[in-house]
Design a protein around this ligand. Structure first.
Ligand SMILES: [Zn+2]
Ligand SMILES: [Zn+2]
Length: 263
């Protein structure tokens, strides 16, 4: 696991941050360079050179190159990103998916994105545990910079073996993955079958939790969520019960417990 520091946006950081939380992605600028996948760069200098060639007046190409390279190539699924806004450390995201180029104006024109979800990790604690510093060879001036990896910083995330549940919680909050799961399964609990709209009417419409069933510890950072195979809609009761094992028990096991006890 690596720790990163991202500056949300240089002008409208608060607005950008709330978009990131809402959409479930972190993002950085320099969008007119286009999709980095099409560039297929081998290093950060190739990105900086390309940016200078299409935008000769750009002053910060040497910051853009490493930041975009980090986002595109160095950041791994399961990494933690401390996001700052207005020079304050605001929150920590977990990376949940690969690099995406989004040409739509979803995050104030910041098109280079990674799927990520908000965690409950304290950004200040994680920064202090990373020695309050960026990694060797990285510059604090970059938009996206690697922090010093330390035993202490992984302790903040892994403490009491909770990395699994932190990452899972983050994935369960990822709105785009959630929507795909619900489109596929519908809104009824896959264990007990309750449908909140049937029971509570309008106020229960579209209400359901989404549970992540795969253990990321076995995924080597290359894991891409499949919302139909890896996520499952559960009611809050069944969701609480499935997490009584750590990591969570299988949906099948909870179903058999439910069937054995509820007559
Ligand atoms: Zn249920
Ligand atoms: Zn869950």
């Amino acid at each position: 696991m690596q720790v990163w520091r991202l500056v949300a946006h240089h002008e409208e950081s608060r607005k950008a941050l709330s978009k990131m939380i809402d959409i479930g992605r972190i993002a950085i600028g320099w969008s007119n360079i286009g999709d980095i996948k099409d560039l297929a760069p081998r290093n950060s200098s190739e990105i900086a050179a390309k940016l200078k060639s299409i935008q000769p007046d750009v002053e910060n190409a040497n910051m853009a190159g490493p930041s975009l390279w980090n986002l595109f190539s160095e950041v791994e699924i399961g990494d933690q990103v401390i996001v700052t806004a207005n020079k304050k450390r605001k929150c920590v995201f977990t990376i949940t998916g690969p690099y995406i180029f989004d040409p739509n104006n979803s995050i104030l024109g910041y098109s280079h994105q990674r799927q990520a979800a908000l965690t409950n990790i304290d950004p200040e604690k994680l920064w202090q545990a990373s020695e309050g510093n960026v990694a060797e060879g990285e510059s604090v001036r970059w938009t996206l910079v690697k922090c010093q990896g330390t035993k202490k910083s992984s302790d903040i995330v892994y403490f009491e073996g909770k990395r699994y549940s932190v990452t899972s919680t983050a994935i369960e909050r990822d709105r785009s993955a959630r929507d795909k799961c619900i489109n596929h399964f519908g809104c009824s609990c896959q264990v007990c079958g309750i449908n909140f709209e049937d029971v509570y009417g309008n106020i229960g419409r579209n209400y359901i939790h989404v549970h992540h069933r795969v253990d990321l510890a076995h995924s080597n950072g290359e894991y891409i969520i499949n919302p139909e195979a890896d996520l499952v809609p559960l009611c809050p009761n069944c969701h609480a019960m499935i997490h009584t094992d750590k990591p969570a028990m299988s949906v099948e096991k909870l179903k058999s417990i439910y069937a054995a006890n509820y007559a």
